[in-house]
Design a protein around this ligand. Structure first.
Ligand code: ATP
Ligand code: MG
Length: 329
């Protein structure tokens, strides 16, 4: 399995749960050497002209791509999130900015509000602050054992799939789908983190970079060499989405036993040679099992597209089922 020396391979993370830094990093607002504006900026948001107008409040997260801070726009007191991407790291900051900007025209993507470049080449992305944090934070905080009921998973899946329909229609493959890269605000869930995403020249173009988070890679991405060294990025996103939806149901990463170490051999065994879909508790509905099976199909040619999944009966319940669910709520 050739994994070590591909472009951007520093973005291939093994971890399942990112950690929020315990200490507060010093925040140095530099004057913007360049700032780009988005056609989607509102009059209010256009007032953020430079990083010097932003006051750091506290860190929100730290990933392989950069550090994210909650910030306040001093003149208006508006709250945002600011992702600082270091050019010293092997990042693709310009691509992240341009993809996030395009993706942000969907209401199911965290709103991009602008970008700034400092004289040393570091790039910062200003975006809407998502008050409930990541989908994994939200599941732990709001549900017993971090397990969402099926109707809540269907609601989350509908929003995410609508966002992915927009991404895939624009030939954007996300490539790092995992619970930490979906953010929650009130009752909305939105797609975030385009740090290893790619805009492909055509719908048929294939990917060949070994990037993303190992635990959520599809079999053809995990062991690319055995699959012709390229993969369909759209189908690969769908696999990872299936794992995220199943994780919301189980309250844990679905492919390993509780407590099992997520190292390379264990993941390789589970992802490439394990039974798919994995065992789902008997109380799960038939439509949920079927839906997960359509995502976790090992053959990428047989895997459903996001558009097909949006029409699945788990996502589009028949009217009488909706009534029963309403009564059960
Ligand atoms: P990784 O490489 O680990 O996926 P990253 O460095 O690319 O991460 P992001 O995923 O963009 O960075 O952000 C890291 C974390 O910061 C998120 O998981 C989330 O907890 C927090 N975060 C990011 N953006 C926001 C936001 N707009 N509002 C609230 N929290 C955010
Ligand atoms: Mg992330």
């Amino acid at each position: 399995m050739a994994i070590a020396s591909r472009k951007l391979n520093r973005h291939l993370a093994l971890h399942l749960n990112p950690t929020t830094p315990a200490t507060h990093h010093r925040f140095s607002p530099y004057p913007a050497a360049t700032s780009s504006s988005s056609s989607s900026l509102t009059t209010h948001h256009q007032e953020v002209k430079s990083l010097t107008e932003l006051e750091k409040l506290h860190p929100l997260g730290q990933g392989s791509g950069g550090a994210v801070f909650k910030v306040r726009h001093k003149p208006t007191r508006a709250i945002y999130a600011l992702k600082k991407i270091s050019s010293a790291a092997e990042t693709q900051e310009e691509e992240e900015v341009s993809i996030h900007r395009i993706a942000s025209s969907s209401p199911h993507v965290v709103k991009f509000q602008g970008s700034f470049q400092t004289p040393n080449g570091d790039v910062s992305i200003l975006m809407d602050y998502m008050e409930s944090g990541s989908l994994s934070d939200h599941a732990k905080a709001s549900y017993h054992d971090a397990r969402l009921p099926e109707h809540a998973i269907a609601d989350v899946a509908r929003q995410i799939l609508q966002g992915f329909t927009h991404l895939h229609a624009n030939n954007i493959v996300h490539r790092d789908v995992k619970p930490a890269n979906f953010l929650v605000n009130a009752n909305e869930v939105k797609i975030a983190d385009f740090g290893v995403s790619k805009r492909l020249p055509t719908r048929l173009a294939r990917c060949d970079s070994y990037v993303g988070t190992a635990a959520y890679l599809s079999p053809e991405r995990f062991d690319m060499a055995a699959h012709g060294s390229t993969y369909d990025g759209f189908a690969a996103d769908v696999w990872s989405l299936g794992l995220v939806f199943l994780e919301l149901y189980l309250g844990r990463y679905p492919l390993l036993e509780p407590g099992q170490k997520p190292d390379w051999p264990a993941l390789m065994c589970a992802i490439c040679f394990g039974e798919m879909p994995p065992k789902i508790p008997e109380e799960a509905s038939e439509e949920f099992r079927e839906f997960i099976g359509c995502c976790l199909e090992k053959d990428p040619c047989k895997r459903w597209t996001v558009q097909q999944l949006l029409g699945h009966r788990f996502i589009v319940p028949r009217p009488q089922e909706e009534e029963v669910k309403e009564i059960a709520r």
